[in-house]
Design a protein around this ligand. Structure first.
Ligand SMILES: [Zn+2]
Length: 341
């Protein structure tokens, strides 16, 4: 069965040259996929604007109106990091709508799996606030849609962008139908994601925060995923796995210091894909969050598609970090205690 992707030119019109989260990111990715013979293997899922109802499943009406107003009148900064121009509102609606439709195609069995190559990213956007280059919570909106429109009872989101997915968590914090697992450098932007944050009310225990020290590296990630992430996913038994992937954990990324390699990224993606095959009929959908070094981002995205297409090959011309340290044993034991593993 085919592997789907979402891309639309509108995602490159949301742009601010010189800002790390700019249109050249997706242009580099699309060129790489084309030049390496990957694009022709994929099925395009057209993007479309998310509806007002879909947006309001996660965001306040007044906030949606505010983003539309600022963007439609020429754009401006929504917070010190987060820009808009005249195309940003439409791009953000299409990012969310494209991911919803890609997810629906995977849930219905029309596609095997997929990756939404969308901008602006989403995991920092809270119900009422733009933050960290994000306007609307793409992955949270898709998870809500999977539950409300597609009838799923349990959806898992795994977020391994280097920053905490505070917006995804804020939107879904009281929703027991969505397991949210985030690995992130800590303390770091945006400041949230302590391991004691586990969800509220009926959703207590469904939010899993894995705060990482600098230099965690490939071995640290493997240890954490084997000991904590995989057991929690197996216990939750999701019907769908969504992955917020950011390539800013890579050692070459300019914004952080987690020291993952492309080989480590490949291991994470292959392992999650294998687990989706075991738990939820292979239903796995990736969506792009951060990642600001184009030599990392383009082959990194290519490697995700190789996994989704069932190709065992992957590319890592950059090698491993010199600095990775990987002692996460204390963190593993703390997480096991907090989450009853
Ligand atoms: Zn990030």
């Amino acid at each position: 069965m085919p592997t789907g992707y979402v891309f639309d030119e509108i995602f490159t019109r949301h742009n601010f040259p010189g800002h790390p989260e700019n249109a050249s990111r997706l242009m580099a990715v699309m060129s790489y996929l084309d030049e390496n013979g990957i694009l022709s293997e994929l099925t395009l899922v057209p993007s479309r604007p998310a509806t007002r109802e879909e947006l309001e499943s996660c965001h306040r009406g007044g906030y949606i109106d505010f983003v539309e107003e600022v963007s439609r009148t020429g754009g401006g900064m929504l917070d010190p990091d987060t820009y808009t121009n005249q195309f940003s509102y439409e791009a953000a609606l299409c990012a969310a709508g494209g991911l919803i439709d890609l997810t629906a195609a995977v849930v219905s069995g029309h596609l095997d799996n997929g990756f939404a190559l969308v901008r602006p990213p989403g995991h920092h956007a809270t119900p009422e606030r733009a933050m960290g280059f994000c306007l609307f919570g793409n992955v949270a909106i898709a998870a809500r849609s999977a539950c409300r429109a597609m009838g799923l009872k349990r959806v898992a989101i795994v977020d391994f962008d280097v920053h905490h997915g505070n917006g995804t968590q804020a939107i879904l914090n009281d929703d027991p139908a969505v397991l949210f697992i985030s690995t992130h450098q800590y303390p770091f932007y945006p400041g949230t994601g302590d391991l004691t944050e586990t969800g509220i009310d009926e959703a207590k225990g469904t939010k899993v925060n894995i705060p990482l020290r600098a230099k965690t590296g490939d071995e640290g990630f493997k240890h954490l995923f084997h000991e904590v992430v995989f057991p929690i996913l197996r216990r939750f038994k999701p019907e769908l796995m969504l992955v917020s992937i950011g390539f800013d954990c890579h050692w070459k990324d300019p914004l952080a210091n987690i020291e993952l390699s492309l080989t480590g990224y490949h291991w994470l993606c292959q392992s999650l894909s294998d687990l989706a095959a075991e738990l939820c009929k292979g239903r796995i959908v990736f969506t792009l969050e951060g990642g600001y070094d184009l030599e990392v981002l383009a082959p990194g995205v290519g490697n995700v598609f190789r996994v989704l297409l069932g190709d065992p090959d992957f590319h890592d011309d950059l090698g491993e970090s010199f600095w990775a340290e990987a002692d996460v044993s204390r963190l593993v034991s703390d997480l096991k205690r907090i989450h009853d593993l």
